[in-house]
Design a protein around this ligand. Structure first.
Ligand code: DGL
Length: 259
Protein backbone atom coordinates (compact mmCIF):
# COMPACT_ATOMS: atom_id res chain seq x y z
CA UNK A 1 0.00 0.00 0.00
CA UNK A 2 1.32 3.47 -0.87
CA UNK A 3 2.01 5.67 2.16
CA UNK A 4 -0.59 8.21 0.98
CA UNK A 5 -3.27 5.52 1.06
CA UNK A 6 -2.36 4.35 4.56
CA UNK A 7 -4.88 5.11 7.30
CA UNK A 8 -4.82 7.97 9.79
CA UNK A 9 -5.12 6.79 13.41
CA UNK A 10 -7.51 8.61 15.73
CA UNK A 11 -6.95 7.72 19.38
CA UNK A 12 -8.82 8.20 22.63
CA UNK A 13 -9.56 6.29 25.84
CA UNK A 14 -12.97 5.34 24.46
CA UNK A 15 -15.84 6.87 22.52
CA UNK A 16 -14.77 10.53 23.04
CA UNK A 17 -12.55 10.76 19.98
CA UNK A 18 -15.56 10.02 17.79
CA UNK A 19 -16.50 13.70 18.23
CA UNK A 20 -13.20 14.52 16.48
CA UNK A 21 -13.38 11.66 13.95
CA UNK A 22 -16.74 13.02 12.74
CA UNK A 23 -15.06 16.36 11.96
CA UNK A 24 -12.04 14.65 10.38
CA UNK A 25 -14.22 12.66 7.99
CA UNK A 26 -16.08 15.87 7.13
CA UNK A 27 -12.89 17.69 6.07
CA UNK A 28 -11.03 14.66 4.65
CA UNK A 29 -13.69 12.35 3.18
CA UNK A 30 -11.20 10.52 0.93
CA UNK A 31 -8.94 9.41 3.77
CA UNK A 32 -9.01 6.02 5.50
CA UNK A 33 -9.12 6.05 9.30
CA UNK A 34 -8.49 3.66 12.16
CA UNK A 35 -10.48 4.65 15.20
CA UNK A 36 -8.65 3.37 18.27
CA UNK A 37 -10.61 3.45 21.53
CA UNK A 38 -8.42 2.36 24.43
CA UNK A 39 -11.20 1.05 26.67
CA UNK A 40 -8.80 -1.43 28.26
CA UNK A 41 -7.00 1.49 29.93
CA UNK A 42 -9.90 3.91 30.44
CA UNK A 43 -10.37 6.30 32.05
CA UNK A 44 -7.24 8.35 31.46
CA UNK A 45 -8.32 11.52 33.24
CA UNK A 46 -7.97 10.22 36.78
CA UNK A 47 -4.59 8.50 36.17
CA UNK A 48 -1.14 10.07 36.60
CA UNK A 49 0.57 11.88 33.76
CA UNK A 50 3.35 9.26 33.65
CA UNK A 51 0.87 6.41 33.31
CA UNK A 52 -1.10 8.13 30.51
CA UNK A 53 2.16 8.93 28.74
CA UNK A 54 3.32 5.32 28.97
CA UNK A 55 -0.02 3.98 27.69
CA UNK A 56 -0.08 6.47 24.82
CA UNK A 57 3.47 5.63 23.73
CA UNK A 58 2.62 1.92 23.74
CA UNK A 59 -0.48 2.58 21.65
CA UNK A 60 1.54 4.75 19.26
CA UNK A 61 3.97 1.92 18.67
CA UNK A 62 1.15 -0.53 18.05
CA UNK A 63 -0.48 1.81 15.52
CA UNK A 64 2.78 2.49 13.69
CA UNK A 65 3.26 -1.28 13.37
CA UNK A 66 -0.19 -1.34 11.77
CA UNK A 67 1.16 1.10 9.16
CA UNK A 68 -0.70 4.34 9.96
CA UNK A 69 0.66 7.47 8.24
CA UNK A 70 -0.42 10.01 10.88
CA UNK A 71 -1.90 10.08 14.37
CA UNK A 72 -4.58 12.39 15.70
CA UNK A 73 -4.63 12.34 19.50
CA UNK A 74 -8.37 12.94 19.88
CA UNK A 75 -8.12 13.13 23.64
CA UNK A 76 -7.28 16.24 25.66
CA UNK A 77 -5.81 14.21 28.52
CA UNK A 78 -3.44 12.19 26.32
CA UNK A 79 -2.52 15.33 24.35
CA UNK A 80 -1.53 17.13 27.56
CA UNK A 81 0.38 14.14 28.93
CA UNK A 82 2.08 12.71 25.86
CA UNK A 83 2.00 14.64 22.58
CA UNK A 84 5.33 16.39 23.08
CA UNK A 85 7.13 13.12 23.85
CA UNK A 86 5.42 11.39 20.90
CA UNK A 87 6.66 14.08 18.51
CA UNK A 88 10.20 13.82 19.89
CA UNK A 89 10.17 10.05 19.47
CA UNK A 90 8.58 9.97 15.99
CA UNK A 91 9.55 13.22 14.24
CA UNK A 92 8.80 11.73 10.80
CA UNK A 93 5.09 11.12 11.57
CA UNK A 94 2.52 13.93 11.61
CA UNK A 95 1.12 13.84 15.16
CA UNK A 96 -1.76 16.20 15.87
CA UNK A 97 -3.01 16.91 19.38
CA UNK A 98 -6.35 18.41 20.30
CA UNK A 99 -6.64 22.10 21.08
CA UNK A 100 -9.41 23.05 23.49
CA UNK A 101 -11.55 25.89 22.13
CA UNK A 102 -10.02 28.59 24.33
CA UNK A 103 -9.39 31.01 21.44
CA UNK A 104 -13.00 31.09 20.18
CA UNK A 105 -14.14 31.34 23.83
CA UNK A 106 -12.04 34.47 24.26
CA UNK A 107 -13.83 36.00 21.29
CA UNK A 108 -17.45 35.57 22.45
CA UNK A 109 -17.55 39.05 24.03
CA UNK A 110 -15.37 41.91 25.27
CA UNK A 111 -14.23 40.45 28.60
CA UNK A 112 -15.57 36.91 28.84
CA UNK A 113 -15.85 34.66 31.86
CA UNK A 114 -15.16 31.13 30.65
CA UNK A 115 -15.72 27.78 32.38
CA UNK A 116 -13.58 24.86 31.19
CA UNK A 117 -14.95 21.35 31.75
CA UNK A 118 -12.19 18.72 31.53
CA UNK A 119 -10.65 15.74 33.29
CA UNK A 120 -8.70 16.33 36.52
CA UNK A 121 -5.41 15.45 34.75
CA UNK A 122 -5.99 17.86 31.83
CA UNK A 123 -6.67 20.72 34.23
CA UNK A 124 -3.53 19.99 36.26
CA UNK A 125 -1.23 19.91 33.21
CA UNK A 126 1.08 22.61 31.92
CA UNK A 127 -0.82 22.90 28.63
CA UNK A 128 -3.94 24.13 30.42
CA UNK A 129 -1.96 26.40 32.77
CA UNK A 130 -0.34 28.01 29.69
CA UNK A 131 -3.73 28.50 28.00
CA UNK A 132 -4.97 30.21 31.16
CA UNK A 133 -2.33 32.89 30.69
CA UNK A 134 -4.23 34.15 27.63
CA UNK A 135 -6.91 35.53 29.93
CA UNK A 136 -6.46 38.96 31.43
CA UNK A 137 -7.32 37.83 34.96
CA UNK A 138 -7.21 34.49 36.76
CA UNK A 139 -10.83 34.73 37.81
CA UNK A 140 -11.95 34.98 34.16
CA UNK A 141 -11.31 31.27 33.66
CA UNK A 142 -12.88 28.66 35.90
CA UNK A 143 -11.57 25.10 35.86
CA UNK A 144 -14.27 22.48 36.36
CA UNK A 145 -12.84 18.97 36.80
CA UNK A 146 -15.42 16.35 35.83
CA UNK A 147 -14.36 12.96 37.23
CA UNK A 148 -16.86 10.23 36.39
CA UNK A 149 -18.46 12.08 33.48
CA UNK A 150 -16.66 10.10 30.76
CA UNK A 151 -17.91 6.89 32.39
CA UNK A 152 -21.53 8.07 32.07
CA UNK A 153 -21.00 8.88 28.39
CA UNK A 154 -19.21 5.56 27.80
CA UNK A 155 -22.33 3.91 29.20
CA UNK A 156 -24.24 5.60 26.37
CA UNK A 157 -25.82 8.49 28.33
CA UNK A 158 -25.90 11.78 26.44
CA UNK A 159 -29.12 13.24 27.87
CA UNK A 160 -31.67 12.54 30.59
CA UNK A 161 -31.70 12.80 34.36
CA UNK A 162 -28.28 11.25 35.10
CA UNK A 163 -26.52 13.73 32.80
CA UNK A 164 -28.64 16.68 33.93
CA UNK A 165 -27.93 15.89 37.59
CA UNK A 166 -24.19 15.72 36.86
CA UNK A 167 -24.29 19.08 35.07
CA UNK A 168 -26.28 20.70 37.91
CA UNK A 169 -23.71 19.45 40.47
CA UNK A 170 -20.69 20.62 38.47
CA UNK A 171 -22.09 24.13 37.96
CA UNK A 172 -23.65 24.47 41.43
CA UNK A 173 -20.65 26.40 42.87
CA UNK A 174 -21.06 28.99 40.06
CA UNK A 175 -24.73 29.70 40.83
CA UNK A 176 -25.48 33.38 40.19
CA UNK A 177 -22.19 34.04 38.37
CA UNK A 178 -22.25 35.27 34.78
CA UNK A 179 -20.70 32.67 32.44
CA UNK A 180 -20.21 33.70 28.80
CA UNK A 181 -18.73 30.51 27.39
CA UNK A 182 -18.19 26.90 28.35
CA UNK A 183 -15.25 25.09 26.81
CA UNK A 184 -15.69 21.33 26.53
CA UNK A 185 -12.09 20.34 27.22
CA UNK A 186 -12.58 16.58 26.94
CA UNK A 187 -13.56 14.91 23.68
CA UNK A 188 -16.31 12.94 25.40
CA UNK A 189 -18.23 16.08 26.36
CA UNK A 190 -19.43 17.28 22.91
CA UNK A 191 -21.91 14.41 23.14
CA UNK A 192 -23.64 16.22 26.02
CA UNK A 193 -23.38 19.65 24.38
CA UNK A 194 -27.15 20.04 24.11
CA UNK A 195 -27.65 19.22 27.79
CA UNK A 196 -25.03 21.82 28.82
CA UNK A 197 -26.57 24.38 26.46
CA UNK A 198 -30.03 23.69 27.88
CA UNK A 199 -28.77 24.11 31.47
CA UNK A 200 -27.69 27.66 30.58
CA UNK A 201 -30.87 28.29 28.62
CA UNK A 202 -28.83 29.38 25.60
CA UNK A 203 -27.17 32.30 27.46
CA UNK A 204 -23.64 30.86 27.19
CA UNK A 205 -21.70 29.66 24.13
CA UNK A 206 -20.74 25.97 24.37
CA UNK A 207 -17.56 25.26 22.42
CA UNK A 208 -15.34 22.30 21.60
CA UNK A 209 -12.08 21.82 19.72
CA UNK A 210 -13.11 19.08 17.26
CA UNK A 211 -13.51 21.14 14.09
CA UNK A 212 -10.36 23.20 14.70
CA UNK A 213 -8.33 20.06 15.33
CA UNK A 214 -9.65 18.43 12.13
CA UNK A 215 -8.64 21.50 10.09
CA UNK A 216 -5.17 21.44 11.65
CA UNK A 217 -4.83 17.70 10.92
CA UNK A 218 -5.71 18.30 7.28
CA UNK A 219 -3.19 21.11 7.05
CA UNK A 220 -0.42 18.98 8.60
CA UNK A 221 -1.13 15.94 6.41
CA UNK A 222 -1.19 18.05 3.25
CA UNK A 223 2.01 19.85 4.26
CA UNK A 224 3.71 16.46 4.73
CA UNK A 225 2.59 15.45 1.19
CA UNK A 226 0.58 12.58 2.64
CA UNK A 227 -2.99 13.31 1.54
CA UNK A 228 -4.76 10.43 -0.18
CA UNK A 229 -5.21 11.35 -3.83
CA UNK A 230 -7.96 8.78 -4.45
CA UNK A 231 -11.45 10.04 -5.17
CA UNK A 232 -13.47 7.22 -3.59
CA UNK A 233 -14.85 7.77 -0.11
CA UNK A 234 -12.50 6.50 2.60
CA UNK A 235 -13.23 3.82 5.18
CA UNK A 236 -13.20 3.74 8.98
CA UNK A 237 -12.06 0.71 10.93
CA UNK A 238 -13.10 0.69 14.59
CA UNK A 239 -10.96 -0.93 17.30
CA UNK A 240 -11.64 -1.18 21.01
CA UNK A 241 -8.58 -2.38 22.93
CA UNK A 242 -10.62 -4.50 25.34
CA UNK A 243 -12.03 -6.47 22.39
CA UNK A 244 -15.57 -5.68 23.54
CA UNK A 245 -17.84 -5.56 20.50
CA UNK A 246 -20.48 -3.53 22.31
CA UNK A 247 -17.86 -0.74 22.47
CA UNK A 248 -17.23 -0.72 18.72
CA UNK A 249 -21.02 -0.73 18.23
CA UNK A 250 -21.20 2.34 20.49
CA UNK A 251 -18.45 4.06 18.44
CA UNK A 252 -20.40 3.42 15.23
CA UNK A 253 -23.69 4.56 16.74
CA UNK A 254 -22.20 7.82 18.10
CA UNK A 255 -20.48 8.41 14.74
CA UNK A 256 -23.82 8.11 12.95
CA UNK A 257 -25.74 10.27 15.41
CA UNK A 258 -23.16 13.01 16.03
CA UNK A 259 -23.82 16.37 14.39
N1 DGL B 1 -11.70 11.85 26.11
C1 DGL B 1 -10.62 12.13 26.97
C2 DGL B 1 -10.24 13.60 26.93
O1 DGL B 1 -10.46 14.27 25.94
C3 DGL B 1 -10.58 11.66 28.38
C4 DGL B 1 -11.52 10.74 29.01
C5 DGL B 1 -10.81 9.89 30.07
O2 DGL B 1 -10.31 8.84 29.68
O3 DGL B 1 -10.79 10.29 31.24
O4 DGL B 1 -9.66 14.12 27.87
Amino acid sequence: MKRREAPIAVIDSGVGGISVLAELVRVMPYENFIYFGDSANAPYGTKTRDRVREITLENTERLLEMGVKAIVVACNTATSAAVRVMREKYPEIPIVGIEPAIKPALEVCEHPTVAVMATPLTLAEEKFLKLKERFSADEDVIALPCPGLMELIEAGHTEGELINAYIRDVFAPLEGKRIDAIVLGCTHYPFIKEAVRAYFGGTAAVLDGGAGTAREAKRRITEAGLENLGTGLGTVRYISTDGDESKTELYKRFMKEYR
